[in-house]
Design a protein around this ligand. Structure first.
Ligand code: HEC
Ligand code: HEC
Length: 398
């Protein structure tokens, strides 16, 4: 994916999606994006309208789970409801907090039974557009499938729903009158509306509405906000060929892997950025060896998805394991062209890793330029997204 030279119009050009045409308009798109043109969509589902920022394509929606307001409303309640965990202590929002762009502020997440997750909770901003889900799993492509991991996973335990308590957890919802009404509205054709598949479908539909595209940088692009001189220099570095950030964090979502309704090409690239090099051959520590954990292929060692940088100033600490504390540290890391871990069990010089992506080759940046890059990253924060009511905790102030 190649980027533009001018920071003034990077969004579309860097996305490589200039040919989006009508889909990029985003307003008044038909329901159930994927299947919409095939007509015959049920009348009730026909009410969905995406409200998307300029340059954002229409999200891809599985034909089996069309968007409806009732489903999104139900999904919002479920996303924020602690009764959805086995011991009633955790909801999705325990690790995906709106004010932190749906991350949890920790290096590594902690599940409902106290187990520490090997990885850092990811931002859910624009998660509808990710061609694969989580840090390093090429085969996980549906939100409806992904949420089975936090709900039912045992390694580590997150929400701790299992064969012993599954029926009991479901009964918390089928016995609740308000929920029975919400489920019936969301799934009007089902005789039995309160089911696990319906819980998954509605949470997935809700997550597809977590759209963030109104940062100060976006507003500056269409002349509605100002950027400081330092922020502008940072943008030029970001989109330029010296710092090269945009190759992996480009496009409308400042990410690499993007898909959307009608996408011709779906990017599923994973990259090794030289965070570790334990054995001189590029090894990362278990169980965080990236795509290698699933494929066992030597070339997948340390390969991770380049995540969105939208709202990045509020999602510290950084990287799959939360091992980089601040944006200043991130920029230092890229300037060095990898990380040297001097001692301890993970000692090794990531800068010399043979598996490191050639685009992470070290950048000569003076202190001012580093500060400029950090300042630019700060303009990607979308304040409205962090406080938007329609995606906030519905149990608060009620
Ligand atoms: C204990 C904390 C925790 C809880 C609870 C939790 N998550 Fe997560 N979430 C994480 C972590 C950690 C990751 C990264 C997982 C990985 O890479 O293996 C993640 C990743 C994700 C992703 C992938 C995002 C992306 O950019 O690809 C989605 C979607 C998601 N979670 C949704 C949910 C939903 C829905 C729930 C509730 C059913 C939930 N999470 C509950 C910690 C949590
Ligand atoms: C070769 C592709 C590539 C290039 C070039 C690149 N990145 Fe990254 N970036 C990644 C990948 C992959 C990750 C996740 C790595 C991991 O967790 O192991 C990442 C992670 C990050 C993170 C942390 C994200 C989070 O949610 O924790 C930030 C911030 C970041 N990059 C900023 C930059 C900046 C600034 C530049 C330019 C100086 C840049 N990147 C250049 C691929 C790249």
């Amino acid at each position: 994916m190649s980027g533009p030279r001018s920071p003034r119009r990077p969004l579309v050009a860097a996305a490589g999606i200039a040919a989006l045409g009508v889909a990029a308009l985003g307003v008044a798109t038909p329901p159930a994006a994927e299947g919409a043109t095939r007509a015959k969509a049920p009348a009730r589902a026909a009410a969905w309208t995406w409200r998307l920022p300029p340059n954002f394509p229409t999200p891809r929606v599985p034909r089996t789970n069309p968007m409806t307001q009732a489903k999104v409303d139900l999904g919002r309640f479920l996303f924020y409801d602690r009764r959805l965990s086995g011991n009633g202590t955790q909801s999705c929002s325990s690790c995906h907090v709106q004010s932190l762009a749906f991350t949890d502020g920790r290096a590594r997440s902690v599940g409902s039974t106290g187990e520490v997750h090997p990885r850092s909770a990811q931002s859910l901003a624009n998660v509808a557009y990710n061609s694969t889900l989580t840090w390093a799993n090429p085969s996980l492509v549906r939100l409806e499938k992904q949420l089975e991991t936090p709900l039912f996973g045992e390694r580590p335990v997150e929400m701790g729903v299992n064969d012993r308590n599954r029926a009991r957890v479901l009964a918390r919802f089928s016995r609740d009158r308000a929920y029975r009404v919400r489920f019936a509205r969301a799934f009007p054709r089902s005789r039995k509306a309160v089911t696990w598949p319906h819980i998954g479908q509605s949470i997935a539909a809700f997550q597809r509405t977590l759209i963030s595209g109104d940062s100060r940088y976006d507003r500056w692009l269409d002349g509605r906000a100002r950027m400081t001189a330092s922020e502008k220099r940072g943008a030029e570095l970001f989109f330029g060929e010296r710092a090269e950030c945009h190759h992996c964090h480009g496009g409308f979502n400042f990410s690499e892997q993007v898909t959307y309704a009608g996408a011709v090409e779906t990017n599923r690239t994973f990259r090794n950025t030289g965070l570790f090099n334990i054995d001189g051959a590029g090894a990362y520590p278990e169980p965080n060896r990236g795509v290698f954990e699933l494929t066992g292929r030597p070339q997948d060692m340390g390969a991770f998805r380049a995540p969105t940088l939208r709202n990045i100033a509020v999602t510290a600490p950084y990287m799959h394991d939360g091992s980089v504390a601040t944006l200043q540290d991130v920029v230092d890391f890229y300037a060095e062209g990898g990380r040297n871990v001097p001692d301890g069990p993970n000692a090794g010089d990531g800068r010399a890793s043979p598996l490191k992506d050639p685009l992470v080759s070290g950048i000569t940046l003076n202190d001012q330029e580093k500060a400029d890059l950090v300042a630019f990253l700060g303009t990607l924060t979308d304040r409205a997204f962090l406080t938007r009511k329609s995606i906030s905790d519905p149990f608060r102030r009620r």
